[in-house]
Design a protein around this ligand. Sequence first.
Ligand SMILES: Cc1ncc(COP(=O)(O)O)c(C=O)c1O
Length: 398
Amino acid sequence: MKLARRISEVRPSATLSINAKAQELRRRGVKIINFAVGEPDFHTPVHVKQMAIQAVIRNQTRYTPASGMQELKEAVCRWVESYYGLQYNTSNVLISCGGKHALYNVFQAILDPGDEVFIPAPYWVSYPDMVVLAGGVPLIVSMSFENNYKLTPEVLKSTINQNTKAIILNSPSNPTGVYYSEEELKELAEVLKGYPDLWIISDDIYSHMLFNGAKWTNIVVVEPSFRDRTVIIHGVSKSYAMTGWRIGFAVGSEELIKAASKIQSQSTSNPCSIAQWASLAALMGDQSDVDRMAKSFESRCAYVTHRLRSIPGIRFVEPQGAFYIFPDVSAFYGKSYGHKVVNDSLSMADYLMDEAHIAVVPGIAFGDDRCIRLSYALSMKDLEEGCNRLESALRALK
Ligand SMILES: Cc1ncc(COP(=O)(O)O)c(C=O)c1O
């Protein structure tokens, strides 16, 4: 039997083999330090969980409108207004099953076969494959370490072309943790003004996790004239430690939201009603957990950067947000330990798993084979142990 061609065009998740190996080792009783996680290690706030319980008791368990409950859309509008200072109506909001699903619907709604999507690399793993699934072509453009992996107006100007239909901006970034300042976004906006038909996708999912007083903003805030061609992707997964609840949202022009909602209505229908009520409590309730998590990631980031700095051969761009760091370990390529040779990010991840029992994600999954991604959403005890193991394993490579 023949499967669709698009299946062979989509890459399987690069983390699958690492996870399978980690599971196998755990089954054998080995303690793995898991630097590969992509979620906060905190619990969902209590008032959010209580709201979900109440929703069940109140029998709020039926279908909601396919694009999400009106109450939650109103909460998203209020939250966006208080956080971004931008006013939207509920017709500008689509509630989906996670930020990933919101993005998926948006790509399906804007891309025709052959349309290019400008993706600065390193990028979040799912962008290129979601573009391909929508018939588009990822235009992957590598950013330089020297410029902190950030897109510059010069690179943007020289790469963008008439086939480019959309661009993705992700600040702070998964996997690098770098973010764009107001000034930098203004400079990019100047170039983007020359391409009025280009969609801008602003993936702001980590916006609440910024360190050392950094001031977060996004492209629509700095350039309000982009409002109708920018779609904001956000959600409760990261900010409120709600990755399993699967609620994210897209905020954009009525035309785009209507189109993306149509896609959603013929695929998943509404996201879980109980999770929607819980998300309303997250957005409207006490925000102190959000600040507490951000502060905690800030101090863990400081610890990990301090440790990595003392390992000769590693270089990295200092993260300013999210909970990832993306060290360049290519100075170790070509070296070996026993019969194991490390020559790319996959063999490095394999080596670290086998010899140090630490799980990391190979940088190739994010479009940069020189690096590995470490998540520091771990307890201080595990971070310390993990950094010790990483340091010993790298030093052992000759
Ligand atoms: C950059 C980025 N965008 C979007 C998402 C999607 O988040 P979710 O679908 O869990 O809400 C993630 C999750 O890892 C991410 O890292």
